[in-house]
Design a protein around this ligand. Structure first.
Ligand code: DX5
Ligand code: ZN
Length: 236
């Protein structure tokens, strides 16, 4: 079901953890998805890389479609590709509920957001750590979510860049209702900082897939989110 309703389910799950499948065992994807089905995550995060916008290749529509068939969770698709519009419709047909494009990849982010929005899915705009927040501001009225990268897009397992926290604080202050997502180097410590800075959705690769028990990993992350919520930074 690639609809706005499924996107709404992602929004309703917040604050929540979204496992990034980049580091899962693709040789045993069905088992991996079964392991994640009832551990308390908000959606699955799928990292699509083209070897051009980022210096790494991951996967495309067949994997998204396979995940769709074997999981009931909403699918949050992170497009790290040079031409997001060209692949947007096939991604929606494959089962994406949310499509996020990178502002650095497109000429006119407002136009791109509009083209993705026309497909009836949630739309996110992402920016890398080096990219100033000013680059996405004009497109924010056209999107459902901002994805603040806390590593350079392209690889799992990198270290958290705290510049993302400043961006989250600024976005939360200026756009109280905008869904905010963070991606890269999120673990029980950095998730606490991101939650305190106003983030809603937390993409996690290594801190789930490098652990023996996904259930325990997600429980620890959810506990950290809850604890941070009790000490939430002032929003004004
Ligand atoms: C990086 C991807 C992330 C990544 C997260 O380009 O967008 O989703 O897989 O992995 P960790 O949590 O290991 O940084
Ligand atoms: Zn990602």
């Amino acid at each position: 079901m690639a609809t706005k309703a499924a996107f709404q389910a992602i929004r309703d799950s917040a604050p929540s953890v979204l496992p990034s499948l980049l580091l899962c065992d693709f040789g045993d994807l069905r088992h991996e998805l079964a392991e994640l089905s009832d551990v308390g995550v908000g959606a699955l995060h799928l990292d699509v890389m083209d070897g051009h916008f980022v210096p790494n290749l991951s996967y495309g529509m067949p994997i998204v479609e396979g995940v769709r068939r074997h999981s009931d969770l909403p699918l949050d698709v992170h497009l790290m590709i040079s031409d997001p519009v060209a692949y947007a419709k096939p991604m929606v047909e494959a089962g994406a509920d949310m499509l996020t494009f990178h502002v650095e990849a497109v000429r006119d982010p407002i136009e791109t957001a509009g083209q993705l929005r026309d497909l009836g899915v949630g739309v996110g705009i992402a920016l890398n750590p080096e990219t100033p927040l000013a680059m996405i501001r004009e497109a924010i009225p056209m999107v459902d979510m901002a994805l603040v990268m806390s590593v350079d897009a392209g690889f799992g397992g990198q270290s958290f860049n705290p510049i993302a926290l400043e961006k989250l604080r600024s976005l939360r202050h200026d756009y109280p209702d905008l869904l905010l997502e963070i991606d890269g180097g999120i673990d029980v410590e950095t998730i606490t900082l991101a939650r305190a800075a106003g983030c809603d959705l937390f993409v996690v690769g290594s801190a789930i897939f490098r652990r023996d028990s996904y259930r325990k990993a997600v429980a620890d992350l959810n506990a950290a989110i809850a604890a941070a919520g009790e000490n939430r930074e002032e929003e004004s």
